[in-house]
Design a protein around this ligand. Structure first.
Ligand code: KIV
Length: 262
């Protein structure tokens, strides 16, 4: 997969699939699957580091996880998230983060919103680095939204998001993530753009889907958001295996001769 393939998928109307990965072992599993592309999302602050928002993630943390994912998935197209405020402090700090992520093994970067950082988006793209946009519920603005809420419910909000999507396309983004918006808005944006949209809670009339790996595998502890479908009850499987190991160790049925040295 590369940025041209993203475009081709839109033209051919073949959905693009993306999942998050933050570590080498899950990246290796994803690369063995038919999933098209990997996002090292700043959701790692929540999923891997146990925080309640994505704000904890910084450039060094993102780079460390991108490196791990690249080691596990040497042939995959990897998108690295630009963390909270990293593209709001001026061009130089933004480019330092871009450099760090790309040198760590990313093929592209993703950043949230567009208002007020158009010049930075344009500069990143002109520097030869593909940029994926992210609109709708942009988790780095959770405190401004007053929580993780569906965006684009009213007419005014919808027009604003459509206009932002068009602006990202004009700036040269190769794709846009649409998070937590009404399906009808997801469809409208997808129809109006020539670049592919990747939805998460944006309905099925978009050009692709992205989910957090732990959510789709049922490994996320808490009740996942409405837009998640769990394809596995991973938590139960893992807890069962741990309990079995615990019991067998305690009643000395593990290890057997097979797992022991003579
Ligand atoms: O950080 C992330 O995992 C994301 C996805 C939810 C799109 O941005």
């Amino acid at each position: 997969m590369n940025t041209q393939d993203f475009q081709k998928r839109k033209i051919d109307n073949i959905p693009i699939t993306m999942v998050t990965s933050y570590d080498s072992w899950s990246a290796a599993l994803i690369e063995r699957s038919s999933i098209d592309t990997i996002l090292v999302g700043d959701s790692l602050a929540m999923v891997m580091h146990g925080d309640t928002t994505t704000l904890l993630a910084d450039s060094q943390m993102m780079a460390m996880h991108v490196r791990a994912v690249r080691r596990g998935a040497p042939n995959s197209f990897i998108i690295g998230d630009m963390p909270f405020l990293s593209y709001r402090k001026g061009l130089l700090p933004a480019m330092e983060t871009v450099e760090l992520l790309m040198r760590s093994g990313a093929n592209a970067v993703k950043l949230e919103g567009v208002d007020g950082h158009e010049d930075i988006i344009e500069h990143i793209i002109r520097s030869g680095v593909p940029v994926m946009g992210h609109l709708g519920l942009t988790p780095q603005s959770v405190h401004q939204f007053g929580g993780y809420r569906v965006q684009g419910k009213g007419d005014e909000d919808q027009s604003r998001i459509i206009e932002q999507a068009k602006r990202l396309e004009e700036l040269g983004c190769f794709s846009i993530v649409l998070e937590c918006i009404p399906s009808d808005l997801g469809r409208r944006i997808t129809e109006e753009l020539t670049i592919p949209t990747i939805g998460i809670g944006a309905g099925n009339q978009v050009d692709g889907q992205v989910l957090v790996l732990q959510d789709l595998l049922g490994l996320s502890g808490e009740r996942p958001p409405k837009f998640v479908k769990q394809y596995l009850d991973g938590s139960s499987l893992i807890i069962d295996a741990l309990n079995q190991y615990d019991h067998e160790s305690k009643d000395r049925t593990f290890p057997t001769a097979k797992e022991s040295y003579r």
